[in-house]
Design a protein around this ligand. Structure first.
Ligand code: UN1
Length: 499
């Protein structure tokens, strides 16, 4: 596959493309798309210095004006939606329909961030002292580092980037070494918008191509004020203590192990559709993918027959072809992990339906898998582990309390859903005694969140929140200001301290 024309149409300078030791492979057919030179430690250092310079200039620009730049970036993305989506499909393997959705998610966050640029509100507080005013102000934070994963090679960066820039910060981006071309393209589209914008400093956006070492260098660098990292729990464990040791800020969006509770009163037609998209969509490679189905015994047989039939016939194949719903896994290691998990589940008493390797004509180097439905007697260890592949473990329950306990019994806490027509069950699931996840839905699946809400989760998911709601506060520092406009100096708490 010749990727150069596509890169050129997206404005990527092709000088260093094809020259370097990092091989970029397409999961579609296993072919080599190109190669790139990774950043050296010295490159990282120089990038941080340049980002610091950009920060000093950009923090002086009024926030609504910063929002205008992001609005224009949104326009540039609209104009290049199709080629960028195609590159996303080529490099990470998700079907074109979902790749378009991913670019749309970038456009949505541009719109959101532009509006936000006029709403970076601080509170005013009632002072206990006469003639005093208390308020808080929000200021740009500094250099923001972003580590992103292969499965959302552009949208997750955009969530961070658009908010960070509107909040007055430059961004250093270390994309997954499996999807560096998407990063170069998204960055090039931003530069296209920035070039036509008076007052945008050079180096508001920079890309650092590299592996774990580059990520660790960003984590260790005290000049990086915030490190936002998306990926596996293993990656989070490597990076978070390094940032914490220097008292830096981190925003973590790590593994998920998302469940759907289906109760006796659920609309099974809706549930079956939602299960197919959440579990098989993106070949099970979203952090929000549905991995556990917790069904009431009275409807289990009916629902599982439908899910099994849908998994058996869902079109698995070339993600560039219309009609395909399930594309390839990212690589052979992902297939090995899927096969190993299925073997473990079988040994633990699970019954595995489907889940075999699919040979796709013309894509012989790709790793395609039919989604697997595994009926488990209980939530065995293997169910507690996130395997980034289309495996859905199904378990049954009799008492609603048990369903909630099963939902919460895993180390991760990203997304969750309940299908029910009973308002008591729905509200209990959303209540303090219900799901312990950062995302809890009713009558929709676990994946496919809109950008307007805060995105992230608890426990091993890392606790961070990105995208909508007040996630912008991660990218700013808060100052509490108390101003005395009286002619006296009363102390708080009624303390007297005079001579
Ligand atoms: C991810 O998989 O890291 O909610 C992000 C969703 C998407 C984002 C997923 N909007 O599935």
């Amino acid at each position: 596959m010749d990727v150069l024309p596509l890169l050129k149409s997206l404005g990527v300078p092709t000088g260093s493309v094809g020259k370097g030791v990092l091989r970029v492979v397409s999961p579609v057919d296993g072919s080599t798309l190109t190669s790139l030179p990774p950043a050296s430690p010295d490159n990282v250092n120089r990038a941080v210095v340049r980002a610091q310079e950009a920060f000093l200039a950009w923090r002086m620009v009024p926030a609504p004006r910063r929002g205008e730049l992001i609005r224009r970036f949104g326009d540039t993305l609209r104009a290049h939606k199709e080629p960028l989506a195609r590159l996303v499909t080529l490099e990470c393997g998700k079907i074109l329909e979902e790749a378009r959705g991913e670019v749309q998610e970038m456009i949505d966050i541009c719109d959101f961030a532009c509006g936000l640029s006029r709403q970076l509100y601080g509170l005013t507080m009632a002072s206990e002292r006469p003639g005093h005013r208390m308020a808080e102000t929000w200021h740009p934070l500094g250099v923001v580092g972003v580590i992103s994963a292969f499965n959302f090679p552009v949208a997750v960066w955009a969530w961070n980037f658009c908010l960070a820039v509107v909040c007055g910060n430059p961004v250093l981006w270390k994309p997954s070494d499996k999807t560096p071309l998407c990063a170069l393209a998204a960055h090039a589209l931003f530069l296209q918008a920035a070039r036509q914008f008076e007052g945008a400093p050079a180096d508001l956006s920079q890309v650092l191509i590299g592996g774990a070492d580059t990520g660790k260098a960003l984590a260790a660098d005290a000049r990086v004020a915030l490190l936002s990292a998306t990926g596996s729990t293993r990656m989070g464990r490597a990076v978070a203590p390094v940032v914490a040791a220097r008292f830096g800020r981190s925003l973590l969006e790590l593994g998920g192990n998302n469940a759907m509770v289906v109760t006796a009163s659920a609309d099974l037609d809706l549930a079956a559709q939602a299960i197919l998209f959440s579990a098989a969509g993106t070949a099970g490679q979203r952090c929000t993918s549905l991995r556990r189905l917790l069904v009431h015994t009275s409807v289990a047989k009916k629902l599982l027959v439908r899910v099994g039939a849908a998994f058996g016939k869902v079109p698995v194949g070339n993600p560039l072809k219309s009609g395909t719903l399930v594309g390839p896994l990212i690589d052979g290691a992902a297939w090995d992990a899927m096969a190993a998990a299925l073997a473990r589940a079988g040994k633990a008493g699970g019954t595995v339906e489907h889940g075999g390797r699919v040979r796709v004509p013309g894509c012989s180097g790709g790793f395609y898998a039919r989604p697997a439905l595994v009926k488990m007697p209980a939530q065995h260890d293997v169910v507690h582990t996130e395997t980034f592949a289309p495996i859905l473990y199904a378990m049954t329950w009799r008492h609603f309390d048990d369903a909630i306990a099963m939902n919460n019994a895993v180390p991760q806490g990203l997304s969750s859903a309940i299908f029910t027509s009973d308002v008591r069950e729905a509200e209990t699931f959303l209540s303090a005694t219900g799901s312990d996840c950062g995302i809890a839905n009713v009558n929709i699946g676990t994946s496919g969140a809109e950008i307007g809400g805060a995105f992230g989760g608890e426990k091993e998911t890392g606790g961070g929140r990105e995208a909508g709601s007040d996630a912008w506060k991660n990218y700013m520092r808060r100052a509490t200001n108390t101003v005395n406009h009286s002619r006296a100096l009363p102390l708080a708490q009624g303390i007297r301290f005079t001579i």
